[in-house]
Design a protein around this ligand. Structure first.
Ligand code: S5P
Length: 267
């Protein structure tokens, strides 16, 4: 199915190449699944991407989780993921002032060179977005930031009155903001978020799992289908896939659920 048929105006009006790329890949693979590849070593990461890479549309990493990280091994892994047509999304959760966020895009991990997308909190204000933008520009790249507007964890302080609204206001008007992280575990909060964000930016949602009781340490889970129906454009799934008895089957299942929910949303 063509992206224009599925995404309609959002595809036609979209000015961000990365968002277009995501919408296109999602249609090709019929999947709105972003894999949270929260594994601790390169071997497991490589195995996981081989196994489920065909059923997901983006790869979310936490590069600092890896025990045996090396530049070469990482580059090889990223090359493999790109061959599977995946956007690379580093979940760095930046939050420092602009000039430091800019430097943090370099350093040992040098995420400005390989990450297409990156997360940031706006607790320090909009300069974090400018800093990240400048870091990408210096290596002749243009990436997108997913700004945390909501979180899935219980008792998170983004819920304090006014915070989410301020984040939406800044993010909506900033060209480096690709979209927002929304709380996948609470469909009503997601619908509210979509209303406020409008159609111009993406909303990607962690906190989804077919087995909602699997949440630990303050994580909260909601139903993946409900998340898409409530306005999410991508479900971020980690343990629901990599801890499954058969990760490939699990990835296929999340892909089907997400795609069918999108079709239902388009009806
Ligand atoms: O509010 C949030 C934001 C994020 S990015 N809640 C989250 O869980 N995440 C991330 O999504 C988290 O860092 C992890 O990588 C993933 C959820 O993993 P799961 O195993 O609970 O599906």
């Amino acid at each position: 199915m063509s992206p224009a048929t599925i995404w309609g105006e959002r595809w036609l009006n979209c000015e961000q190449p990365i968002a277009r790329k995501y919408m296109e890949v999602a249609c090709n693979k019929q999947s709105l699944v972003v894999l949270a590849a929260d594994k601790n070593n390169m071997g497991e990461l490589n195995d996981l991407i081989e196994e489920v890479g065909d059923y997901i549309s983006a790869l979310k990493t936490h590069v600092d989780l890896i025990d045996d990280w090396s530049k070469d091994a990482w580059n090889e892994f990223i090359t493999k993921a790109k061959k599977k047509d995946l956007l690379i999304f580093e979940d760095r959760k930046h939050g420092d002032i602009g000039k430091i966020a800019k430097k943090q895009m370099g350093g040992v991990y040098n995420s400005r060179e390989w990450a297409d997308l990156i997360t940031a909190h706006l607790i320090s204000g909009s300069s974090v977005l400018d800093g990240i933008h400048e870091a990408w520009s210096e290596v002749n790249r243009k990436g997108g930031v997913l700004v945390l507007a909501q979180m899935s964890s219980e008792g998170n302080l983004l819920e304090l009155p006014g915070y989410t609204d301020s984040v939406i206001e800044i993010g909506k008007s900033h060209s480096t903001c690709f979209g927002f992280i929304g709380n996948g575990s609470r469909p009503n909060e997601l619908s509210e978020l979509r209303k406020k964000v409008g159609q111009g930016k993406m909303i990607w949602t962690p906190g989804v799992n077919i087995n909602v009781n699997e949440a630990v340490l303050g994580q909260r889970y909601g139903d993946p289908k409900e998340a898409i129906l409530s306005g999410s454009d991508a479900i971020i799934v980690g343990s629901g896939i990599y801890n499954a008895e058969n990760p490939k089957d699990a990835a296929k299942k999340y892909a089907d659920i997400s795609w069918n929910a999108l079709l239902q949303r388009c009806e």
